[in-house]
Write a protein that binds this ligand. Sequence first.
Ligand SMILES: *Cc1c(COP(=O)(O)O)cnc(C)c1O
Length: 400
Amino acid sequence: MLSWDQSPSLALMQRERAWVEVNLAAIAHNVRQIRSLLAARTALMAVIKADAYGHGATTIAQTVLQAGATWLGVATIPEGIELREAGIDAPILVLGANHTPEQIRAIAHWQLQPTLCTPRQALNFSETMAELGGYSPLPVHLKLDTGMSRLGTSWEQAAEFVHLVHRLPNLSIASVYSHLATADDPNPAVMNLQQQRFEAAIAQIRATGVTPPRLHLANSAATLADPALHYDLVRVGLAIYGLYPAAHQQGVVDLRPALQVKARVTQVKTISPGTGVSYGHQFVADRELRMAVVGIGYADGVPRNLSNRIHVLVRGQRVPQIGAVTMDQMMIDVSQVPDLQEGDVVTLLGRDGHQWLSADDWAQVLGTISWEILCGFKHRLPRIAVSQSFASRESVQKFK
Ligand SMILES: *Cc1c(COP(=O)(O)O)cnc(C)c1O
């Protein structure tokens, strides 16, 4: 299916220094798990913005469409064009706002579907489409702000907004949607308020005689939280990649992380007690210590603030990272792994034997969220697609 499958030697060459492995079998599994939550009327949009949360947009798009997603969501027009150039013809919603004539021309040309956030944007689109000529009406998705306070027209003005777009030439309303601010919170109060506002807006829109063909509200967390939030389509990002939006949602369905980060040992040495390691000597050996240098650093997307605060896996064992993470390299304490060799593979995220390290672990150390960790891996790391059967998380012993 993919060129690396036909050319394993190329894949091996890419595993030289440091790389990201993306398990497409896990992605397909997650898509099927999420679909199992959805009623027949509800379509699955895979949100693959930010290069599919660092997993590689084109490969992920092909995989999710094969596994049962029917829509794709991106943040920007160039992200959409990349998919079209790769030959992907599924409907693509651009979640961000666009309004210049150049942006509108690109959207029409590449058959992307824009989000319209204000009456002004709708007028711009309608006028520019008229000037361009020769296109059928552009499917547009109207964004309501029900409490996220980001993009969209206030839910209180939804009826005027939607009715205006309904009457404009060259546009065709494909959906009305909104976005939830707190769907991952165990307390559903704000989410419920947003849904009530969405429902009230839809009732007012219908009262003007317009029936939007599609409504949507749910991100990953809402999709896992409550079928009443699913409507005609769910926009799922994080869960596709195998992470749970919130700890209390673990196990709602069986999600398997698809991304692993690996690098090779480039040198092994013994240091004596009192020896400082890396910039600033943030780590000082308190005993004779066997250490290894690993060829990955913050320029690859391993945050420097993880220095001295994480473990990595090597030869199936969990060992501490020591000293400051540098731009291209980091050090680990391998005193407990006497048979370690230069060239051995170190797993920073993912699985080695019965051990497992998750983006959630890093997020917890850094006080951030797994979304940011996944998006942080740089293009210097080749993305290598693999397709391996994958034990469920529960069957892999997890150490904290
Ligand atoms: C990113 C995004 C999503 C997906 O969010 P997840 O929490 O990753 O599922 C859905 N809708 C909109 C508007 C987004 O920007």
